[in-house]
Design a protein around this ligand. Structure first.
Ligand SMILES: Nc1ncnc2c1ncn2[C@@H]1O[C@H](COP(=O)(O)OP(=O)(O)O)[C@@H](O)[C@H]1O
Ligand SMILES: [Mg+2]
Length: 254
C-alpha cells in the first residue's frame, strides 16, 4: 500500500514572525501537487515541515495517519525523500557515492550493500541523465549537475513520496523539462515547489501560498486565474492557446 501525507492547521513561527499559518492540505495518492507563491511566501518552510525537518509551532503532519513528529527518522526516510532548495553535499565525495547515500535508510547489519543497491543507484543516475558523471568529484560539478545528482539521491531512496523544492532552478531548459517528466512518470506522490507558472500548469493540482497562508488549492487552470495572478503575484496575465497542441499558456506582464 502506498503512503500519503497530510497536514492540518500547520503553523511555523520564528522569533514572533509567522512564516506559515493555518495550512491544511492532503496529498492524494499518486498525484503531482505543485506549490506556487511569491518569494518568501513560505513554500520552502512548508516543505521542510512536511518532511519532518522542522517542528511545527502548531498543527501536525500525518504520514499514513501517523504523526510525523513521533516517527523515527529512518522509517520516515524509507517512505519520504526530500530535495531541499539549498541542499549541500560533502565536496570531496564522488557522484556515485553521493547518490548511494540515498540507500542509507534501507541498509543495516543484516542488510548490507548489495548488487541490488548498485543497480538502484545506477537507475537513479540514468533517470536524471547523469550516469556519465558517476566518477566525478562533487566539487567539479556545475550547479545544474549538482541539482540532478541531488534528485538522483532522492530517487535512489525509492520513496513513495517525493518532496522537491524548486528542482528546476539551476537546470538548463532540456533538463528542466526532462526532470519534470521523469518525476511525473514515477509511481510516487509528489509535492513540488515551482517557480515557473507555466510549468506549474502541468501539475495535477496546485496550492498557492501567500504570506504563509494557503489561499487556493485545486486544478491548475481553476487556481491560476488572471484574478489570482493579479492578487497574489501582482502581475497581469492572459492565457493563450498553443496552436501546436492546444495547451493553455500563460503570458505574464509586470
Ligand atoms: N530562520 C528564519 N528566520 C527568520 N525568517 C525566516 C527564516 N527562514 C525563513 N524566513 C523567512 O520566512 C519567509 C518564508 O520563507 P520561505 O519558506 O523560504 O519562502 P519561499 O520558499 O516561498 O521563498 C521569508 O520571508 C523568509 O525570509
Ligand atoms: Mg523557497
Amino acid at each position: 500500500m502506498s503512503s500519503v501525507l497530510s497536514c492540518s492547521g500547520l503553523a511555523f513561527k520564528v522569533r514572533g514572525a509567522e512564516l506559515l499559518n493555518g495550512v491544511s492540505l492532503a496529498l492524494q495518492r499518486g498525484e503531482t501537487l505543485g506549490i506556487v507563491g511569491p518569494n518568501g511566501s513560505g513554500k520552502s518552510t512548508l516543505l521542510k515541515l512536511l518532511a519532518g525537518l522542522r517542528e511545527p509551532s502548531a498543527g501536525e503532519v500525518l504520514l499514513d495517519d501517523q504523526r510525523l513528529s513521533k516517527m523515527a527518522r529512518r522509517s520516515i526516510a524509507q517512505t519520504l525523500a526530500v530535495v531541499e532548495q539549498q541542499a549541500d553535499t560533502d565536496d570531496g565525495i564522488r557522484v556515485f557515492d553521493a547518490v548511494a547515500l540515498g540507500r542509507t535508510p534501507w541498509l543495516s547489519a543484516l542488510q548490507p550493500w548489495s548488487v541490488a543497491d548498485d543497480a538502484i543507484v545506477e537507475q537513479a543516475l540514468i533517470d536524471v541523465d547523469a550516469l556519465h558523471l558517476r566518477n566525478r568529484l562533487w566539487r567539479s560539478l556545475s550547479g545544474g549537475e549538482r541539482q540532478r545528482v541531488h534528485i538522483a539521491r532522492a530517487l535512489a531512496q525509492r520513496p513513495q513520496i517525493l518532496l522537491l523544492d524548486e528542482p528546476a532552478n539551476h537546470l538548463d531548459i532540456q533538463h528542466q523539462l526532462s526532470i519534470l517528466k521523469v518525476v511525473r512518470a514515477l509511481p510516487v506522490t509528489t509535492l513540488i515547489a515551482l517557480h515557473d507558472l507555466n510549468q506549474a500548469l502541468n501539475c495535477d493540482r496546485l496550492a498557492v501560498l501567500e504570506r504563509g497562508r494557503l489561499v487556493a488549492l485545486g486544478k491548475p487552470l481553476e487556481v491560476l486565474t488572471p484574478e489570482r495572478l493579479e492578487e497574489t503575484f501582482g502581475v497581469t496575465a492572459h492565457y493563450l492557446t498553443d496552436p501546436f497542441d492546444g495547451a493553455q499558456i500563460l503570458r505574464l506582464h509586470g
